[in-house]
Design a protein around this ligand. Structure first.
Ligand code: SAH
Ligand code: SF4
Length: 383
């Protein structure tokens, strides 16, 4: 089987080159071709020794994800649905803003945590993505967008692990992927501009601090254990006090001196003034000096199976004001890509939509079987 070069961080690639009897510095050249130039054809990597160029196709490949569909929102937000085999699909979303380009990446097909307000959680867990599949989302988006915008400059400046899945439950694949995102020989992203979002896998927060500290966002959603147990079932394993301790342990290693807490505003469930006051008390009162944080209030993106509703804007404002009055920096997230269901928690839609994915994939298979051979290269056409 061919090794997928997207599976390797630069150290891994150097070890791979050594196994081929090549010098380690070849890995840097190869890494740059693949990630900086988006090249997957070894014969075009002209500064590699001819012997290596000839050998590589027999042992390695650059394995892209198959695109099932692409949707572009009226605000420029672009959502891709990728086929990861066996009826599973994951989504990646590009969000353009004046001063940055953010890519929201998936880490798993489905998710085992099962948060009540999250459509991915309602789907259940299928499998972990490989490092190559995580990196392939950025590899693809960066180079497609550069071509589309007619630039050789970097398009994606920020990456958030806020697509499908719980990144810290796929830790071993996540860390090499993060290293590739940060590498100057690949995407050269700043640690401050790469964010891991977690529902609170406490032991892995500690490991991330040691292995690859990037910006950390923690999905809080509730100011007490009773409510959080219900909304984020992982809280039963790692309750709030333990989670906030882990946040405080992370801060000395973090590229920013605060943690971002995400709080999805659910009408009548966690959005009352009393919840806001409780949240202030929790964050201020925890340990000696409280937790250094910012709070990001997320308007809930409803889906029928959740049985939940979005909080009215007026309620979000009341809630935000209570936090701000307590000197906690609070932002309300803009919803983007609403018209293409690319907002948080809408990724890959609900269970019904997932069936739609399977049907689309079946149609594609039939199409490909009936296509003439010269057509079969056009796998990436949206269906
Ligand atoms: N599993 C990780 C990262 C993926 S979810 C986590 O939970 O942090 C990314 C963010 O989207 C989380 O903050 C999550 O709470 C939020 N989210 C999930 N479903 C949502 C929905 N329906 N509406 C708004 N935000 C949602
Ligand atoms: Fe999983 Fe995050 Fe969705 Fe919870 S919010 S089910 S942890 S993807």
């Amino acid at each position: 089987m061919l090794a997928n070069l997207l599976d390797f961080d630069i150290e891994g690639l150097a070890a791979f080159c050594e196994r081929l009897g090549e010098k380690r510095f070849r890995a840097t050249q190869l890494f740059r071709w693949v990630h900086q130039r988006g090249e997957s054809d070894f014969s075009r990597m002209t500064d590699l020794a001819k012997s290596l160029r000839d050998k590589l196709p027999t042992v390695a490949c650059v394995q892209p994800l198959q695109v099932l569909s692409e949707q572009v929102s009226s605000d420029g937000t672009t959502k891709w649905l990728f086929d990861v085999g066996q009826g599973d699909a994951v989504e990646t979303v590009f969000i353009p803003e004046a001063d940055r380009g953010t890519l929201c990446i998936s880490s798993q097909a489905g998710c085992a945590v099962g948060c009540r307000f999250c459509s991915t959680g309602h789907q259940g867990f299928s499998r972990n993505l490989t490092t190559g599949e995580i990196v392939a989302q950025l590899w693809f988006a960066e180079h497609v967008l550069r071509k589309r915008f007619g630039t050789t400059e970097r398009v994606i400046s920020n990456v958030v692990m806020m697509g499908m899945g719980e990144p810290l439950q796929n830790y071993d694949a996540l860390v090499p992927a993060l290293r590739t995102l940060l590498s100057d020989h690949a995407y050269g992203l700043s640690r401050r501009r790469v964010t891991v979002s977690t529902s609170g896998v406490v032991p892995m927060i500690d490991r991330l601090a040691q292995d690859c500290p990037v910006a950390l966002a923690v999905s809080l959603h509730a100011p007490n254990d009773l409510l959080r147990n219900d909304l984020v079932p992982l809280n039963r394993k790692y309750p709030l006090a333990e989670l906030l301790d882990a946040c405080n342990r992370y801060i000395p290693f973090a590229p920013r001196d605060f943690i971002t807490f995400e709080y999805c505003m659910l009408d009548g469930v966690n959005d009352q003034a009393a919840h806001a006051h409780q949240l202030v008390a929790l964050l201020r009162g925890h340990s000696e000096g409280g937790v250094a944080c910012k709070i990001n209030l997320i308007p809930f993106n409803p889906f029928p199976a959740s049985g939940l509703l979005r909080s009215p804007n007026s309620q979000v404002q009341v809630f935000a004001q209570i936090l701000q009055d307590a000197a906690i920096v609070t932002t309300v997230r803009k919803t983007r890509g609403d018209d293409i269901a690319a907002a948080c928690g809408q990724l890959a839609g609900d269970v019904q939509d997932r069936t739609g994915v399977v049907q689309r994939m079946e149609r594609r298979k039939i199409m490909m079987q009936t296509q003439k051979p010269e057509m079969s290269g056009r796998k990436e056409t949206a269906l």
